[in-house]
Structures are given as structure tokens and as C-alpha cells.
Ligand binder design. Structure first.
Ligand code: ARG
Length: 580
């Protein structure tokens, strides 16, 4: 159910009937306060301005043609020409009954499914995943889940960095350790960070090693079997590390979603040949460069986008151009979403401009760079360990679980050790995810253990607890709500507010999908839980003095709250529990 969409259709029809052009924007919004009704049509003002007409008179004309008898109890004109719509309780009740019988809670699938390529997580395999990859991984995964819930076809693309000069040094080091008979899994690659550090140290200090490393890069890129075997050994281990993190994080990425940089290697020559043939890339100091006037600086100098190095080597940029071709022309994507740190903004503008000129991106494909801000420490600087190292994602997640365990131990519980460990895992991981996802994607945010693990305020533990409270209500009353299909009565204002919120899930998901912003769903779930608490205070559910009919009506509302919390948190990749 999408109330806003329904109102848009009716408003447009009324505007056309009132003599306004068909493309007039009805500007339908959710009202911010109950006194302004539930929704507003704000388009009269804009339309009146164009026609140099009186906006209140135009609003009245629109109302005269507005057919909302089945939906609205009352319409009124407010201020300069807002049309406030108060929805009928019976309308809300009927929609809720339908939602309660639907496993998707009344959320419709898109009439026309889109094919959406989502590039997310995409760590560099030379090192272990660090906190910088957390945001890309969980924001991307939440958007992917929401897209699929709405019926779109998603192609996940984990554009892992498995190619480039540092791999020469890594495999040269690996070869030496293998020759010394060192156990790879148990020793050499157990800690990728120190493996990287050791190789780098040899590269910088050890005579002859750097030359060998460079030689191995060339060999690897020209398909030398020995180097490729070493490289594959390394890559497989590193991929295994990231798979463990994905599992712990409860994200949907699998090995099948890996489309790493190396996958495009054979295409890179063709890309450069095409850019040269179309005069898009030109030679400059031996390199192939695309000069982009569109991104010129203040002095009017075009931005230089290097697509091939002077020695003939390819770059991160070349691979991204090949990826555009694959995603747009081969996969025929309608949308490409890329979740990467905001610091790569310029790169992706250059990629898109170049790819469009070269036909590597079709006009029909929308290319959406979805940047995110940096996770900061309490000191306001990028989040680091005490000693100033980057924080390994695996360590951070372990700490989250341990902290959740300590926090939960403060509460009375008769659950088994094992059950409590499982709950701590869900709470700890959920807390990290919600704290991150609930922030506006593009802003930096300060990472704080205490606030994310709190049972108060907008946190995962609060929402998980709210969910559990509703469920325990049913247990207490010994009621199987799944079979309860009672009629719903919306009488109290708290019931109405809750009903309206429950019916806005689809609108929120659409915004989240269109703008790639999970924080809107986070905010929605928190508002829903808060409205539930208010409702529960004001409207008795299991008291003896209410009729069975009213009790059942309210139980259905409660059931919808629980299901919506579970579904919504599920779309954020956060698990719920029946007990805590
Ligand atoms: N591997 C890159 C990094 O860690 C991110 C890759 C993002 N995707 C892309 N198509 N460039 O910064």
C-alpha cells in the first residue's frame, strides 16, 4: 500500500479537471503534524504562481474536483493554499487488515522490475578488511535487500581489488616463504596485515627484492603460469578472510558475487583502443589521458583523467571503464549503484563522463555514485586503534559481541549460556550496523560504543527489545496471532497515529531505494517503535474491561508492529530474537 501514490493520482486527476496542465506537480507530502492532517497537497501554490492566480482560490478549485470520498474524512485549505487531508479511520483499518494477511505486509512489488547492479564492499585483497569497508558493505547490503523486497533484479558486484603493482611484491615474498617450507594457512597468511608489512619492508630495504617484485607484476599481467599460481594462492586466502567477515556481519554477499578487478584484465586493451579511435583519449607525456572540460578547475584547465600509464600499464580507472561496459552493455543494467568512500567522488565523475562519451555506458543506464562519509573516533579523527593503526573489521566485530555480552549480563535472565551467546551476537552486530546505517550516508560520524549499545534511544538493542516485548505479549496471553484475522477499529488518536505509520513502510522503502539511503528506514523503525510505546500506554490490550473485539483489533495492530519491525530490521541485515 502506498497512500502517497494513491493521493498523487487523485490529485493529478483533480488538477487536470480544474484546467491545469498534466505535468503540474501535485507536491503531495506526509504532514509533519497531526493538526495539518495526515497528508498535504501543496501543488496549488506552485501552479498558481505560474498562472499568476490566487493560490487559495486555485486550491478550492482543485478540492472541488478532488475525488477522495473513499479515503478522506475531511479536507481543508490552510495557509497560503495547502490542502490538508485527514484520512478516514475505516480506510486505514481496511488497508491494515489487508497488510496483516499479506506476507510482504502490503508492500507491492514494482510493476516493472528494474535490473540494478550494486557495487559494494569491494575490499582490496592485499590487506585484511578494515573499518573503512564496513560502511560500503552494510549500506550496500541494506539497499540490495530493499531493492529485492520491492521486486527488482539485483546483480551484486564485489569489485575486489586483486590486481595492481603491490601484488608483485606479495607473491615474490610468498614464493620465498613457500620455498622455506612455511605453512601458508597457519603461519604466513594467517595475518594478512603482517604479511603485507613484511613484504613491504623487504621491498623497501632488501637488495634485489624490489626488482624481482616488479618483474613479477609484469609476468603476472602477461599471464605467466608460475606467478599466476602464487597470486591465486594469495587471493584465495584473502577472499576466505573476507568471507568470514561477511558471515559474521550477516551480509548477503557470496563468492558468486565477486567480480574482481582482474576479471576485466583482458578487456583493458580494447578500452584504450576505443578511447583512442574516438579521440577521447590523447597522448600526453607518454600516457593516455582523457581531458574533461566538464570538470575544469577555476582557471579553466580541464581535469586530466589518466587511463593508461606511460609504460603501458593500466590503472584502477581503466578497470572502472571496463566495468561500465560490462554492467551497462552486457548486463543491460537500468541502474548502477556504487557504494564508495566520498573521497573517490572525482574518480567516479571522470569515469562516468568518459564512459558516456565512449558509449561504454548507455543513456538508459543511470550511473549513481553513492558516497559515504568517514567513521571517526571520539577524537574527531578517522577511527584508529590506540596505537594509531587501522582497525581490522574482524576485531571490531568481535569487540562488539563481547561488549554486548557484558551489557546483557547486567540483566536478569534464565536463558542458557548458549542462548545468551547467540543473543549477544545479534545485539552486538546489530548495534554496530544500526549505528552506522542510521546516520545520513554522506556525513562523517563518530563511533561510540556506549551509545550504540544502549537500550534507550535510536539503537538496535532498543528496537530488538521493542520487538521482543510485543512478541512476549502474545506469549503471555497464549494467543496465536498468526491466525488472528480480526476486523480493525481505529478510534483513539494513538491508534490512528500507529496505523498511519504502519501503512507508510512502502513509501519509506521507495525513498530508501531511490536515494540509496538506509537511514530513512532506520528512522522509520524508531518512530514506529516509539508510536507503539505511546499506543500501548494509552490503549489497553490485555485488560479484562475491554471487549474481545477491541482486544483482537489491537492485537492485530501489535502483530503488524512486530512483523514490521522484524521485516524492517531484516532489510537492514539486523536480526531479532524472541527472548532477551
Ligand atoms: N577497492 C576499492 C577500495 O577499497 C573500492 C572499489 C569500488 N568499486 C569500484 N568499481 N571502483 O577503495
Amino acid at each position: 500500500m502506498n497512500i502517497r501514490q494513491l493521493l498523487v493520482q487523485r490529485a493529478v486527476a483533480a488538477m487536470v479537471a480544474a484546467g491545469l496542465p498534466e505535468d503540474t506537480n501535485p507536491a503531495v507530502t506526509q504532514s509533519t503534524r497531526a493538526q495539518f492532517g495526515d497528508y498535504q497537497i501543496n501543488g496549488a501554490m506552485g501552479a498558481a504562481k505560474k498562472l499568476k492566480a490566487n493560490p487559495r482560490e486555485l486550491a478550492q478549485k482543485i478540492i472541488d474536483h478532488l475525488d477522495l470520498d473513499d479515503v478522506a474524512a475531511q479536507l481543508e485549505i490552510a495557509g497560503p493554499g495547502f490542502i490538508n487531508i485527514h484520512l478516514k479511520p475505516e480506510f486505514l483499518a481496511a488497508q491494515l487488515v489487508a497488510a496483516n494477511q499479506d506476507e510482504k505486509l502490503g508492500v507491492q512489488v514494482h510493476a516493472k522490475a528494474q535490473k540494478v547492479v550494486v557495487d559494494y564492499s569491494s575490499p582490496n585483497l592485499a590487506k585484511e578488511m578494515h573499518v573503512g569497508h564496513l560502511r560500503s558493505t552494510i549500506i550496500g547490503d541494506a539497499v540490495v535487500r530493499a531493492l529485492e523486497f520491492r521486486g527488482d533484479t539485483v546483480v551484486r558486484q564485489n569489485h575486489m581489488g586483486d590486481w595492481g603493482t603491490q601484488f608483485g611484491m606479495l607473491i615474490a615474498h610468498l614464493e620465498d616463504l613457500l620455498n622455506q617450507g612455511i605453512d601458508l594457512e597457519a603461519v604466513a597468511l594467517a595475518d594478512l596485515e603482517s604479511f603485507y608489512r613484511d613484504s613491504k619492508k623487504r621491498f623497501d630495504d632488501e637488495e634485489g627484492f624490489a626488482d624481482k617484485a616488479r618483474d613479477y607484476v609484469v609476468k603476472l599481467q602477461s599471464g605467466d603460469a608460475h606467478c599466476e599460481k602464487l597470486w591465486r594462492l594469495f587471493i584465495n586466502t584473502s577472499v576466505k578472510h573476507s568471507s568470514e567477515v561477511y558471515h559474521k556481519l550477516n551480509v548477503t554477499l557470496t563468492q558468486d558475487d565477486i567480480m574482481a578487478e582482474s576479471a576485466y584484465n583482458s578487456e583493458l586493451h580494447n578500452i584504450i583502443a576505443l578511447l583512442k579511435a574516438k579521440n577521447i583519449a590523447v597522448e600526453s607525456q607518454g600516457a593516455q589521458v582523457v581531458f574533461l572540460e566538464e570538470l575544469a578547475n577555476k582557471e579553466g584547465e580541464p581535469s586530466a583523467f589518466i587511463v593508461q600509464k606511460s609504460g603501458g600499464g593500466f590503472l584502477y580507472a581503466t578497470t572502472d571503464l571496463a566495468a561500465c561496459d560490462y554492467r551497462s552493455n552486457k548486463l543491460q543494467a537500468d541502474r548502477i549503484l556504487i557504494f564508495v568512500d566520498a573521497r573517490q567522488s572525482l574518480h567516479f565523475s571522470q569515469v562516468e563522463l568518459t564512459a558516456r562519451k565512449a558509449g561504454l555506458l548507455r543513456d538508459e543506464t543511470s550511473y549513481e555514485f553513492c558516497p559515504f562519509g568517514t567513521m571517526m573516533g571520539e577524537d574527531g579523527k578517522p577511527f584508529k586503534t590506540r596505537s594509531g593503526d587501522t582497525v581490522k573489521l574482524a576485531d571490531l566485530l568481535e569487540e562488539a559481541i563481547t561488549r554486548a555480552q557484558a551489557k546483557l549480563a547486567e540483566r536478569e535472565s534464565d536463558l542458557s549460556e548458549q542462548e545468551r551467546a547467540e543473543i549477544a551476537r545479534k545485539v552486538g552486530i546489530g548495534a554496530v550496523k544500526y549505528a552506522d546505517l542510521s546516520k545520513n550516508r554522506t556525513s562523517d560520524y563518530i563511533f561510540n560504543w556506549d551509545s550504540m549499545l544502549s537500550f534507550e534511544g535510536a539503537t538496535a538493542p532498543y528496537l530488538q527489545y521493542a520487538y521482543m516485548r510485543v512478541r512476549s505479549l502474545f506469549r503471555k496471553a497464549n494467543i496465536d496471532v498468526s491466525t488472528l484475522n480480526a476486523a480493525i477499529t481505529i478510534a483513539e488518536p494513538q491508534e490512528k497515529a500507529l496505523a498511519l505509520k504502519l501503512l507508510q513502510l512502502e513509501e519509506v522503502l521507495d525513498q530508501m531505494i531511490n536515494e540509496a539511503t538506509p537511514h530513512v528506514l532506520c528512522a522509520y523503525l524508531y518512530e514506529l517503535a516509539s508510536l507503539y510505546m505511546t499506543f500501548y500506554e494509552a490503549c489497553p490490550v490485555l485488560k479484562d474491561d475491554i471487549s474481545t473485539q477491541l482486544r483482537d483489533s489491537r492485537l492485530v495492530l501489535c502483530n503488524l508492529v512486530a512483523n514490521t519491525l522484524q521485516q524492517g530490521l531484516g532489510l537492514l541485515g539486523i536480526e531479532v530474537m524472541e527472548q532477551m
